[in-house]
Design a protein around this ligand. Structure first.
Ligand SMILES: [Zn+2]
Length: 274
């Protein structure tokens, strides 16, 4: 874990800053009662607290990895990196980073900490970081109680994960930016046209910040042809429709090997302070 990321961390129990132990195998806090956290084999820290809950399980993580590694969302990842570059963000928290696809791609030019409740997701993300030697580091933790010190981040990214404005604002430096991504109204329309007789438009994010200042919103749209039934099923499993689609609609995907669909992303940029 690099020093810039380490300096962002705080103890999830007593909120004091953290230090790597001499043997390099764990982190300990500076509190009067020292709390200690061992690095996992893949290099992440578990900074959850009792009651934080559980994130995605391995099966969901693997499906996302399969789909994302095919590169269909790469233009979105590139767009986020361009925004971070333009904002000159050197220290970034990716809140709700999942299996770290975007996080690791952000980390070539900056220090990025990915936090997510999914242990399977974080383990996979950390393994990827190790392999590609990116500036990313990962911790299992809740984005509703982030194990990060106040005012340490130039930017917080929040891609398809719940928004917790209070916490994001707390960890941002004054003048720092929050970048939110959600599904645009025509996102995955091609997929929905296969599944449903009358596909509706997506409603857009309902959890946008109310205290921070919106400085920009942009839309990224393009069309892709997803190849291979396994990849199409993996994409489907990442969507909220996966849980609401009836068995009779679900089987419509079974015999499809290519799927042309629009991708439509809403990107919101908020600023802390004036
Ligand atoms: Zn502590």
């Amino acid at each position: 874990m690099n020093n810039t990321v380490l300096a962002m961390l705080r103890c999830p129990v007593c909120a004091t800053s953290m230090q790597i132990t001499e043997d390099g195998r764990s982190c300990k806090c500076q509190g009067t009662r020292t709390h200690s956290y061992d690095f996992a084999r893949s290099g992440y820290l578990n900074l959850t607290r009792p009651g934080d809950g559980e994130g995605d399980l391995k099966e969901a993580v693997n499906a996302r990895k399969l789909f994302l590694s095919a590169g269909y969302y790469e233009p979105l990842s590139n767009e986020i990196n361009t925004i971070l570059q333009n904002l000159n963000a050197k220290t970034v928290l990716d809140a709700g980073c999942g299996e770290g696809y975007y996080t690791n791609r952000m980390a070539n030019d900056r220090a990025v900490l990915g936090v997510d409740l999914s242990r399977a997701g974080i383990d996979s993300a950390a393994k990827q970081a190790k392999q590609n030697v990116t500036g990313a580091a990962f911790a299992v933790g809740s984005i509703f109680s982030i194990p990060v010190r106040d005012e340490t981040c130039d930017a917080v990214t929040n891609l398809f994960a719940p928004c917790c404005e209070e916490e994001f604002s707390r960890v941002l430096k004054n003048g720092g930016y929050l970048i939110l991504v959600g599904a645009g109204e025509r996102h995955l329309m091609g997929l929905k046209q296969v599944l449903y007789e009358n596909p509706y438009l997506n409603p857009g994010r309902a959890d946008l910040p109310t205290q921070m200042v919106e400085v920009e919103r942009r839309r990224l749209t393009y069309t892709v042809t997803v190849e291979g039934n396994e990849t199409i099923e993996a994409l489907f499993s990442m969507t909220p429709y996966y849980w609401r689609t009836s068995e009779s609609d679900r089987i419509k995907l079974q015999n499809i090997d290519t799927l042309q669909t629009e991708l439509d992303f809403d990107i919101f940029i908020y600023k802390k302070g004036d």
